[in-house]
Design a binder for this molecule. Structure first.
Ligand SMILES: Nc1ncnc2c1ncn2[C@@H]1O[C@H](COP(=O)(O)OP(=O)(O)OP(=O)(O)O)[C@@H](O)[C@H]1O
Ligand SMILES: [Mg+2]
Length: 265
């Protein structure tokens, strides 16, 4: 449970303005999707939120505390999910407690019973309890990404950030992973930020949407506000036909036809 307040956040790299005076407030527990074309600033925003990138100007406050360095209660899931292929799903999940439990304890597997319980609960949240003993490298891309989510959950975060967590997955697996992210977020009352390329998937799962274009916030609203015109503003001249296919369906009634008509930018 954490409120996020971003005020005039700016990040420049030389002449490149990656984020340009971005401001928003996200109440505790919201499920936010960050949209934008390649280079619009999505990753930079998420990296600033988790303390990996230092802003050039502006402020980020999470839970009324300025965000100046990474904190264990703010977990980030990367597209390259840092999963160790030779380790079981369970051991990978358990290693998420490393920040809290200490590195040595983690390599000697000296975690407490409570920590082990948390790893199993996290695997259950992402639907992988049955596969707990399976080596990660023998799992599908979608399953590996779910192990990555479990690993982040073991950290017991209040805020969950995921940078393009489904970018490398086929539409079916992408939807599965999004379902588990949404369930985890609901179950644990996490404030969640996910960057996505796929507008259809975004609309299906998102509650709130923040659109970036050239580092500027060009959209901020809820599902009913994310009209075709709004998508045009975010994506500029890119052909957005087909992005709204299957739109009448909500997250609750995912169907085969919807999976087949997924539009990807
Ligand atoms: N470490 C860096 N050094 C220099 N420029 C950077 C760096 N990181 C990002 N940029 C630049 O900042 C801008 C925003 O990049 P960012 O990675 O945040 O975009 P993105 O929306 O995540 O793109 P993508 O969809 O391709 O992942 C781009 O112009 C990028 O080239
Ligand atoms: Mg990116």
């Amino acid at each position: 449970m954490s409120q996020i307040v971003v005020d005039n956040l700016t990040k420049t790299y030389g002449d490149t303005v990656a984020l340009d005076e971005v401001s928003f407030t996200v109440p505790s527990g919201e499920f936010v999707i960050v949209l934008g074309v390649s280079g619009s600033g999505k990753s930079t925003l998420l990296r600033c939120l988790c303390g990996l990138t230092k802003p050039t100007a502006g402020d980020i406050n999470i839970d009324d505390r300025p965000m100046t360095q990474p904190r264990p209660e703010i977990a980030m899931i990367f597209q390259q999910h840092n999963i160790v292929g030779d380790m079981s799903a369970y051991s990978n999940a358990l290693s998420g407690g490393v920040n809290r439990a200490g590195f040595l304890k983690s390599i000697f597997q000296l975690q407490s019973k409570a920590e082990k319980q948390r790893a199993l609960e996290a695997l259950e949240t992402v639907g992988l309890l049955e596969e707990a003993e399976q080596k990660a490298r023998r799992m599908s891309g979608g399953q590996q990404q779910r192990v990555g989510i479990a690993r982040a959950l073991v950290q017991r975060p209040d805020v969950l950030l995921a940078d393009e967590p489904v970018a490398s997955l086929d539409p079916g697996s992408a939807q599965d992973v999004m379902h588990y992210l949404k369930d985890a977020s609901n179950e644990r009352d996490l404030t969640t930020f996910i960057s996505l390329h796929q507008v259809n998937i975004a609309r299906k799962f998102g509650q709130r949407f923040i659109g970036l274009h050239d580092g500027k916030k060009v959209f901020d609203g809820y599902r009913e506000d994310l009209t075709l015109e709004a998508v045009d503003t975010i994506y500029g001249d890119i052909d957005t036909d087909g992005m709204f296919v299957g739109d009448e369906q909500s997250e609750a009634d995912s169907s085969e036809s919807d999976r087949q008509t997924e539009a990807t930018l």
